[in-house]
Write a protein that binds this ligand. Structure first.
Ligand SMILES: [Zn+2]
Length: 584
């Protein structure tokens, strides 16, 4: 019975399990964009219609309608019970399943977090005994207080420091392996991953250490080494220094994305607490989503050299779908050969802040870079500029920002904005048009009836596909709504508020034993557009707005009916007036 396994364990398991890994052991998956495809294992077919979405933790077959999470897959495919399926996924992640509510749920994620914390403290103790590491920090201008704030430590040289200290049993060794601190050789022996390195703990949004970045002190390559992807640490999601920034600042007005942890620490040393770094990857959608949930102004800070400009361009491309009115994305280019750490040391904090204030807006950077690629003095060159801009502009969600950018581009090309708009709209790849049709389909209401139940359904579908879109919804707005399904919608929104990192699969597992579970599974399998300019949060807010209005209308007709029966109380009369229907 699922009741014996604590819900929070299942939540965490689903959040950390990689559905592609679970299914990939059993069927042959092929990457297709952000998803994976396979021939469906549940019905005979020759062309793949079985789709797996790693982001949602969900699979769906367009042929036979089979769908579900990693857990449901194991239940159906391997004919496991729920508990067996949970155990199977947990063992892949190297954690044990807590057996019942009364038993304190140790020996799972909590235990791994406890281990990373112990290792972090050990590294800090090691730092005190290793003068060359302390000297290095001093030479980089990092004082004791800053080192302490970021929990900087030292991993000793040798091959088995952690192994000897924390790998004293077979189980303990497995845990070190699960968090990526040791490496297993072919002969089954192990050795420490980080040796003779300054160690920077990487924290999740709750301040728990989920991995480490190591800066080599000797000539060891690579100079910078990060923890590998583990059950705790996902590079595409985490940002170094974000937790520390939120601790340091009550109100974050802007964030600067820099390239490495030394930059974050170096800037913090000089009082600039709003820097954060990706961990050896380009900025992902998920990074940007996290950043924009904190503030509306993001600046990317890069070297002024060629590599820096190339990295900035990649960041620009990734940021386009995230552009919204009111959000600012800008680029800081430091003088050639400088990084934020060296720049702030050579100059000072105010010089760096000046650079940030004078950062190049995304639109300027985009237009300047494109103009530099063509001969703007020729008609052909300007036509080419429009061509180059087309795929980029198409990724920006519709809105004032997009319109202004098109106007500015039109200026550069020497066309009217409407003319350019027509050119940009033409020949957009078919997939995008398909998705737009799908959006229209999703938006259109069924003929006849008021269509209101379908708004609830649409809201639930959107929320299931994009749980993060519900984070900022005000559930109180649904107070007066009595449409069928509203309670479920409210419940789902509250679940996302309580567990902001909930995925589609996580929500489905929450409702596995509820009556609504089957219904939700079907809605999660409905195809909805995944175009990059599709704004689920805006769509969802729109649904809530419509429901709120519908709720008001319901209330008004109720009050008018009461008025007609002359049974309106004074309060209700006031309410009716407040709703814009003056009662006589
Ligand atoms: Zn199928």
């Amino acid at each position: 019975m699922s009741g014996l396994i604590p819900q929070h364990f299942i939540d965490e398991l689903i959040a950390r399990a990689d559905i592609v890994e679970v299914l990939g052991h059993r069927i042959q998956l092929k990457k297709a964009g952000r998803e994976f495809k396979a021939c469906c294992p549940f019905h005979g077919e020759k062309t793949p219609s079985f789709t797996v979405s790693p982001a949602k933790g969900f699979y769906h077959c367009f042929g036979c309608g089979a769908h579900g999470t990693a857990i449901s897959f194991l239940m159906e495919h391997d004919h496991l019970t729920f508990v067996e399926a949970v155990e199977s996924v947990a063992s892949m992640l190297g954690v044990d399943v807590p057996r019942d509510e009364s038993q304190r749920p140790t020996r799972k994620f909590d235990e791994l977090f406890e281990l990373t914390r112990k290792i972090e403290l050990d590294f800090q103790a090691q730092l005190k005994n290793h003068q060359p590491a302390v000297d290095y920090l001093k030479a980089r201008g990092i004082d004791g207080a800053t080192a302490k704030r970021f929990g900087i430590g030292y991993a000793p040289s040798g091959w088995s420091h952690l192994l000897d200290k924390f790998g004293t049993s077979k189980e303990a060794t497995e845990r070190l392996l699960a968090i990526g601190m040791i490496i297993r050789k072919d002969n089954g022996q192990h050795y420490d991953r980080f040796r003779d390195r300054l160690m920077f703990p990487i924290k999740d949004s709750r301040g728990r250490t989920i991995g480490f970045g190591g800066r080599g002190l000797g000539n060891d390559e690579p100079k910078y080494l990060n923890s590998p992807e583990t059950v705790l640490f996902h590079k595409g999601r985490e940002l170094y220094g974000l937790y520390e920034a939120r601790q340091a600042l009550r109100n974050i007005e802007r964030l600067v994305v820099v390239e490495g942890y030394m930059d974050v620490v170096g800037l913090a040393r000089h009082g600039i607490d709003y820097a954060t770094a990706t961990l050896g990857t380009a900025t992902t959608d998920e990074h940007l989503n996290r950043l924009f949930r904190i503030c509306d102004e993001i600046s990317f800070c890069f070297d002024g050299d060629r590599a820096g400009r190339a990295a900035a361009w990649r960041a620009l491309e990734n940021a386009l779908p995230q552009i919204r009115d009111g959000r600012q994305i800008r680029f800081v280019f430091l003088p050639d050969g400088q990084d934020p750490d060296s720049y702030v040391q050579e100059n000072d904090a105010s010089a760096f802040e000046k650079e940030v204030h004078e950062a190049v807006p995304l639109s300027d950077f985009l237009i300047n870079e494109l103009c530099a690629q063509v001969d703007m003095s020729s008609v052909d060159g300007r036509a080419r500029l429009a061509e180059l801009a087309k795929p980029l502009v198409s990724r920006i969600p519709a809105g004032v920002y997009k319109e202004l950018l098109i106007e500015r581009l039109a200026d550069s090309v020497g066309l009217s904005a409407s003319k350019l708009d027509t050119i940009l709209a033409k020949d957009v790849p078919a997939t995008r048009q398909d998705k737009q049709t799908a959006t229209t389909r999703l938006r259109s209401r069924p003929q006849g009836g008021t269509g209101k139940p379908s708004i609830v359904r649409r809201a639930i579908t959107l929320l299931l596909h994009h749980p993060e879109a519900a984070r900022k919804l005000h559930v109180e707005r649904l107070a007066g709504v009595t449409k069928p399904g509203t309670d479920l919608l409210r419940d789902l929104i509250e679940t996302v508020h309580a567990e902001p990192n909930m995925s589609t699969a996580g929500l489905l597992e929450r409702y596995r034993t509820h009556e609504e579970g089957r219904h939700l599974g079907k809605l999660a399998a409905v195809e909805i557009p995944t175009a990059e300019d599709f704004d689920a949060a805006a769509e969802l807010t729109d649904c809530i707005g419509q429901l709120e209005l519908a709720g008001e209308r319901e209330r008004i007709s109720f009050l008018i009916e009461k008025e007609r029966l002359s049974s309106l109380s004074d309060d209700e009369r006031g309410e009716l007036r407040g709703l814009g229907r003056s009662s006589a």
